[in-house]
Ligand binder design. Structure first.
Ligand SMILES: [Zn+2]
Ligand SMILES: [Zn+2]
Length: 187
């Protein structure tokens, strides 16, 4: 059995009012360059007190965990969900105490996509870059980890094997369901 299975990692918003705990090994660490992640990042970065959300090259650095292995341990009332469009089934959840984006929840997915910067130093590193065809023009990517123009087979395989291990269940995420109210600056 993987020794990481019982490891717990704390995550929090920048001010510390919201805290999470993720247990076991993550599904995968990945940096995403898709248009939606970039657009959301640019919007979130314009909020008052916001810090950088996107990497300098426009990537969003995430750690993906099984939904049944993440729990909100503190401050769930500070969470608000934001959708890029009203019909979107992807919920991007921020902690409004310090305007920090915390995770992305694809409602029909079994994984939770948590911003890596919410974890302490030493959190599992990124293993792939995906959707790099949407990266900013002129951005050269290092070749330290595999770069994929679209989705990567490794990424999809990890998601699938995690879902098999979960018995093909899709746990519902009950926290962070209060809608964001008011306008968000358009990027
Ligand atoms: Zn906070
Ligand atoms: Zn993305």
């Amino acid at each position: 059995m993987n020794e990481n299975l019982h490891k717990r990692l704390a995550a929090s918003c920048r001010c510390g009012q919201v805290a999470f705990e993720a247990s076991g090994a993550p599904i995968v660490g990945a940096i995403c360059y898709c248009n939606d992640c970039q657009e959301a990042g640019r919007r979130f970065e314009q909020l008052p007190q916001a810090s950088a959300v996107l990497d300098p090259d426009g990537g969003s650095n995430f750690i993906l965990y099984r939904k049944d292995r993440v729990r909100c341990t503190k401050g769930a009332d500070q969470l608000r969900e934001y959708r890029l469009t009203p019909e979107s089934s992807t919920r991007r959840v921020l902690a409004v105490c310090c305007n920090t984006p915390v995770f992305v929840n694809v409602i029909q997915g079994h994984w939770l996509t948590i911003y890596r910067s919410r974890f302490p130093d030493g959190a599992p590193p990124p293993e792939v870059r995906v959707m790099t065809k949407h990266r900013r023009p002129g951005m050269d990517l290092p070749d330290d980890i595999p770069n994929y123009a679209g989705h990567s087979g490794k990424f999809m395989w990890r998601l699938l094997t995690a879902w098999i291990a979960m018995g093909f269940r899709i746990p519902r995420i009950a926290y962070g369901t209060t809608p964001w109210v008011g306008p968000l600056p358009l990027a």
